[in-house]
Write a protein that binds this ligand. Structure first.
Ligand SMILES: Cc1cc2nc3c(=O)[nH]c(=O)nc-3n(C[C@H](O)[C@H](O)[C@H](O)COP(=O)(O)OP(=O)(O)OC[C@H]3O[C@@H](n4cnc5c(N)ncnc54)[C@H](O)[C@@H]3O)c2cc1C
Length: 458
């Protein structure tokens, strides 16, 4: 591709910013990022709130309303950190306690723990052998039993691997079916905490491919020992403001792409309803189904993007009475079932060195094929769950209701949805990136941008 191509990037979240960084590294300097909101980072959102420090003084500290953590397999995010001069070395250490819904701690026997680890071993062995290639970023070829792309290597960096493995077709099944097929049902216990409570849905609905590409054997182990997890003192948002400031062309803020018209040779983009601006290439880094509302989507694009589903997930920053303030995050496993959707699954206590601070609650309120719990009802239920747990909420500081984890159903996955979309890459001078192309976390998203640049922008 001509390195002078004028490239329009729609969306200044992790996908759009990492894409710009990799373009720059690959010698493409004529790019423009349009970001609808007044800040970059998208769902990595870390506003300042009042926290009481160890001296008893109130001070402003970041509270995570969106993305929270990373781990040692965050290779692309680490490249973004280096580029933007940020580091996860300064973040508060994570800790957690598993609780019953009445606020009493769950007692887990050592034998129970050992059994869990054994179940994990069995699945991990199958993943390394029968399902070789399962942890490649993105979903190209999986439904046809192929793999190709970046993957964590034993040297703890990203390697490129490719090959054929017909067993990979099993990854389109819902995760619980996949576990049953492999006689590993108990592994659900290990995977559920970092999957369902983080809003990614329930194992009877979500294809195994999403679960295992995000929580590969290594990453899931890191989640089990919270001490290994990465956090950022200035919040996950600081990774992306760092990248943005280091880019030669930082994102244009408050710039919503409101129309796109594509001809044979060019792409014409309107921002905030203004004059058309001409580009040579377009990269969509907003949710793809949104492209159908602001872009000149073809019938095929409409049909494919219309199949994308998402999760209804919201976070609330709440304050309890100061004397009742807990000192660690709580996980409520009993609330991580499809039947208890709309209930409190986790709250995040971010600053272990501080006293009173907002706790961030996490609630998922939809399940494929079932009725959504209305937002108001789920909000009230979450607040009463806090009270039931002995932590009545005195004040709700803010609520963020997220368009979360775009993905496709097992049936569409098996039907080759990803190969159909991948076949469109580059058609009409348009490329597709962002969460749905890989998985709804910062690393998979940034890795996908990295690989998209490798595949097409050279
Ligand atoms: C509560 C929560 C917890 C999470 N926890 C974690 C975690 O612990 N670790 C982790 O790695 N990830 C986590 N994530 C997920 C992570 O934040 C997302 O996967 C990541 O932000 C996706 O990046 P993206 O760029 O694809 O999309 P987004 O972050 O959604 O960014 C898309 C951007 O496009 C902009 N946009 C939309 N339409 C237009 C338009 N027409 N014109 C211009 N701009 C437009 C939006 O304003 C937005 O900034 C969490 C997310 C949430 C909400």
């Amino acid at each position: 591709m001509d390195r002078n191509s004028r490239i329009c990037i729609v969306g200044g979240g992790p996908a759009g910013l990492s894409l710009a960084m990799y373009l720059e590294k690959n010698g493409f300097d004529h790019y423009t990022i349009f970001e609808r909101s007044g800040r970059v980072g998208g769902k990595a959102f870390s506003p300042l709130m009042k926290v009481k420090n160890s001296k008893g003084e109130w001070e402003d500290r970041t509270i995570e309303m969106g993305a929270v953590m990373g781990c040692d397999t965050y290779f692309a995010v680490h490249e973004c950190e280096e580029f933007g001069h940020t580091s996860h070395a300064d973040g508060p250490q994570m800790g957690r306690r598993f609780m019953n819904t009445d606020g009493t701690p769950i007692k887990e026997s050592k034998l129970g723990l050992l059994k869990k680890v054994m179940k994990m071993r069995k699945l991990n062995h199958l993943l390394a052998t029968k399902y070789k290639g399962y942890d490649v970023n993105g979903h190209r070829g999986v439904a046809q039993g192929r793999y190709e792309g970046p993957c964590p290597s034993p040297q703890m960096k990203l390697a490129h691997i490719e090959g054929e493995n017909p067993n990979l077709k099993d990854l389109s099944m819902p995760f619980s079916e996949f576990l049953k097929l492999n006689d590993c049902e108990d592994a659900e216990l290990v995977w559920k905490g970092p999957f369902t409570s983080f809003g990614y849905g329930y194992f009877d609905e979500i294809p195994a491919a999403y679960v295992l590409k995000y929580l590969d054997a290594f990453t899931v182990k890191q989640f089990l020992s919270t001490g290994r997890l990465w956090t950022w003192k200035n919040g996950t948002n600081s990774i992306w403001t760092g990248v943005n400031s280091a880019l030669r062309h930082p994102a244009n803020l408050n710039s919503e792409v409101t129309a796109v018209r594509r001809t044979e040779d060019h792409v014409y983009v309107r921002v905030n309803g203004g004059e058309e601006q001409e580009f040579d290439k377009l990269v969509i880094c907003t949710p793809l189904e949104m492209f159908t509302s602001y872009g000149d989507a073809t019938e095929q694009e409409r049909e494919l993007f219309g199949k994308i589903q998402h999760k209804e997930y919201f976070t609330m920053a709440v304050r309890t009475e100061e004397e009742k303030s807990p000192d660690i995050s709580y996980y409520y496993f009993a609330n991580m079932t499809p039947e208890t959707r709309g209930h409190l699954m986790v709250f995040y206590h971010r600053w272990p060195d501080a006293g009173a601070q907002p706790l961030v609650t996490f609630t998922l309120r939809n399940h494929e094929g079932a009725e959504d719990v209305p937002f108001d009802e789920a909000r009230d239920t979450t607040l009463s769950d806090m009270a039931k747990s002995g932590l009545p909420v005195m004040k709700t500081e803010r609520i963020d209701d997220w368009y979360y984890f775009p993905h496709v159903s097992s049936a569409d996955y098996a039907d080759g949805w990803y190969d159909k979309v991948e076949a469109l890459q580059g058609e009409r001078n348009t490329y597709f990136a962002g969460e749905v192309m890989s998985f709804g976390d910062m690393e998979e998203t940034a890795e996908y941008s990295r690989d998209l640049v490798r595949r097409f922008f050279h």
